[in-house]
Design a protein around this ligand. Structure first.
Ligand SMILES: *Cc1c(COP(=O)(O)O)cnc(C)c1O
Length: 231
């Protein structure tokens, strides 16, 4: 087994345990293996290990990797997207997790070759330096994006404040879920996906309802190495 396959197995075991604690089925949760800073050979290893969804945080880094593995995996953009890269991103990715403005949505809609799945990024903790729409801006953004052609809003995404203890992320994840429930009800749209949880807090995120988890270091850092050495 490659060390990447071992990393995938460790992450899947954490997800299964967290799902069980929450009374959920592990199949409800899709692992998006985040490959930033990871060479193509190891991205191939992660796909060979059965991972069907891979993510990048930057469009430029994805550009050479996507064509090599386009048929083998669905590509997700998990990081911030600048408007001037919307056209490129629309051609590379199947899912965009970081939509946070109407203007960006219009650019993506114009360039999307066919239906593009998007998640709206919410700045739940209202951090000044973070991207994402504040919670109170979510209904208006959702209404505007819903009418654009070629975009399908499938859910919400958040990145919690940096923390030492994953329990500190729990209220943020829980708030994303209740926000989703509120807007889905008010607007009468199904928003099935919650993109939340990374290497350090994937367990808590799954307990709080994550359906897409974005995991990098926990997969690609060989066991026994301190993941912080790689970040
Ligand atoms: C890098 C990144 C991840 C993965 O983070 P890890 O801590 O390596 O699991 C997830 N989401 C986003 C937006 C990222 O930029």
């Amino acid at each position: 087994m490659s060390d990447v396959a071992a990393g995938v197995a460790r992450v899947r075991a954490r997800i299964a345990a967290a799902a069980e604690r929450a009374g959920r089925r592990p199949e409800e949760i899709t692992v998006v293996a985040v490959t930033k800073g990871v060479e193509l050979a190891r991205v191939r290893d992660v796909v060979a290990a059965g991972v069907t969804d891979v993510g990048e945080s930057r469009v430029q880094e994805a550009a050479p990797k996507v064509p090599a593995l386009r048929a083998a995996a669905r590509w997700h953009l998990v990081g911030h997207l600048q408007r001037n890269k919307a056209g490129l991103a629309a051609g590379l990715f199947s899912v965009i997790h970081s939509l946070d403005s109407v203007r960006l949505a219009e650019d993506l809609s114009r360039h999307a070759p066919q239906s593009l799945d998007v998640l709206l990024q919410v700045n739940v903790a209202r951090e000044a330096q973070k991207f994402g729409v504040p919670p109170e801006g979510l209904p208006a953004l959702l209404r505007s994006v819903a009418v654009l052609p070629n975009l399908r809003v499938i859910g919400l995404m958040t990145i919690p404040p940096l923390h030492r203890d994953p329990e500190q992320a729990r209220p943020v994840f829980r708030r994303l879920r209740t926000l989703r429930d509120e807007v889905a009800k008010v607007l009468g749209t199904a928003l099935p996906h919650l993109s939340m949880g990374m290497s350090d807090d994937v367990d808590v995120a799954v307990e709080e309802g994550a359906t897409l988890v974005r995991v990098g270091r926990a997969i690609f850092t060989p066991a026994g190495r301190n993941p912080e050495e790689m970040s």
